[in-house]
Ligand binder design. Structure first.
Ligand SMILES: NC(=O)c1ccc[n+]([C@@H]2O[C@H](COP(=O)([O-])OP(=O)(O)OC[C@H]3O[C@@H](n4cnc5c(N)ncnc54)[C@H](OP(=O)(O)O)[C@@H]3O)[C@@H](O)[C@H]2O)c1
Length: 291
C-alpha cells in the first residue's frame, strides 16, 4: 500500500460510469477503495465496453449499503475524496432508497471523518423533472450542497451506454421518438465523463453540466445508428399526446414504471447539452458495436 496516494472511496463502482471512474482514478494515481455488492461480477468486464475493476481497485468493501460497508467503523478512515455514481437505472430498487437515502448515508459518514470532497454524478434538469428518479437525485444534491464536505456535482447528458438501445432498434429496422426528434443532446462516453470528474477532484466545490464533444439532435443520433447498422433510416414520430397518455398509463402500473416512463419521456422533451468535453464520438462508438 502506498500511503502517498490520495484515497478515493468509490460508490456505484460496478456501473457503466463507476468502472470508467475506477480506471481513471487508478491511472491518475489515486488509491481506489470500492464498495461493491458482488466482487466476482466487479472483476468481470462490464457492459458497453466498460472495464473490469480487478486491476484498478486497491481495497474491496463488499456490502449492500452504507451501514454494512461501515460495520467496523473504518469505511472513511484515510479517505480523501468520495466519488459516487451510485443510482438506480435498471436495478429493481426505489430511487428514493438508493439515489437519495443511500447516498445520504455515505455523505453523513464522510462528514464525520473530515473527507475533503464528495463528487456526485447526478443528472441534468433534476430540478425540473417530475419523476421519482429526478426528485430523489435533486433531494440528494440539495443535501450535498448544504454539507460541510465540499460538494462537487456533475450533471451529464445521455451516456453512450443508454444510446446503445437506439442502435439495437436500428438493427431491427425501425426507431421511434417523440415528435420530429429535434431535441438536442451532447452524448458522452463513460471514459470521457470519468476523465472530467477525476480532473475536478483537487479543485473545490462546484456544479457542472457536462456533455461529450458533439451536440446532436435525437434524429441525428437515429441516423447515425442506422448508418452504423447499414440500414435505411425508418423513423416513427410519436405525437406528444401519446407521450402524455403513456405517463398517465404508467402512473397506474406502479411507482417504478411511472418513474422510469416520466424520466424517459421528460428527457426526450428537453435539450440536454452540457459543456463539451472529451474526444470520443457516437459515430465511432456505434461503429465499434458493429465490428
Ligand atoms: N444513463 C444515462 O444516460 C445517464 C445520464 C445522466 C445521469 N445518469 C446517472 O448516472 C449514474 C450512473 O449511471 P450508470 O449508467 O453508470 O448506472 P449503472 O450502470 O446502473 O450503475 C449504477 C451503480 O449503482 C449501484 N446500485 C444501483 N442500485 C443499487 C442498490 N439498490 N444497492 C446498491 N447499489 C446499487 C449499482 O450496483 P450493481 O452493479 O450491484 O447493481 C452500480 O454500481 C446514475 O445515477 C444515473 O442515473 C445516467
Amino acid at each position: 500500500m502506498n500511503s502517498l496516494r490520495p484515497t478515493v472511496l468509490l460508490l456505484g463502482a460496478t456501473g457503466y460510469v463507476g468502472r470508467h471512474l475506477a480506471e481513471r482514478l487508478d491511472a491518475e494515481g489515486y488509491r481506489v477503495r470500492a464498495v461493491v455488492r458482488d466482487k466476482a461480477r466487479a472483476c468481470a468486464p462490464g457492459a458497453w465496453g466498460s472495464p473490469s475493476l480487478a486491476s484498478h481497485v486497491a481495497e474491496w468493501i463488499v456490502a449492500r449499503d452504507a451501514a454494512e460497508a461501515n460495520r467496523d467503523g473504518a469505511l472513511m478512515e484515510g479517505v480523501d475524496h468520495v466519488v459516487s455514481a451510485l443510482g438506480v437505472t435498471r436495478q429493481k430498487a426505489e430511487p428514493w432508497d438508493v439515489d437519495f437515502l443511500m447516498n445520504l448515508a455515505y455523505l453523513e459518514l464522510a462528514e464525520k471523518r473530515d473527507v475533503a470532497s464528495f463528487l456526485y454524478v447526478g443528472v441534468m434538469h433534476a430540478d425540473a423533472g417530475t419523476s421519482m428518479l429526478s426528485r430523489s437525485k435533486l433531494a440528494f444534491m440539495e443535501a450535498l450542497r448544504r454539507s460541510s464536505v465540499a460538494p462537487q456535482i456533475v450533471n451529464p447528458s445521455g451516456y453512450f451506454s443508454d444510446l446503445t438501445e437506439i442502435y439495437d432498434l436500428a438493427r431491427r429496422g425501425l426507431a421511434a421518438g417523440l415528435g420530429d426528434g429535434s431535441v438536442r443532446l451532447s452524448p458522452i462516453h463513460g471514459a470521457d465523463l470519468a476523465e472530467f470528474c477525476v480532473a475536478k477532484l483537487p479543485g473545490g466545490a462546484g456544479t457542472w453540466d457536462v456533455g461529450g464533444p458533439e451536440v446532436l439532435t435525437y434524429r441525428e443520433i437515429v441516423d447515425l445508428a442506422f448508418e452504423a447498422a447499414g440500414r435505411t433510416p425508418r423513423y416513427l414520430a410519436v405525437p406528444g399526446g401519446v407521450g402524455s397518455a403513456a405517463i398517465w398509463f404508467a402512473d397506474r402500473l406502479g411507482p417504478r414504471r411511472a418513474s422510469l416512463t416520466r424520466f424517459f419521456l421528460e428527457g426526450m422533451r428537453t435539450d440536454s447539452v452540457g459543456q463539451p468535453t472529451g474526444t470520443r464520438t457516437l459515430r465511432d462508438y456505434y461503429a465499434s458495436l458493429r465490428d
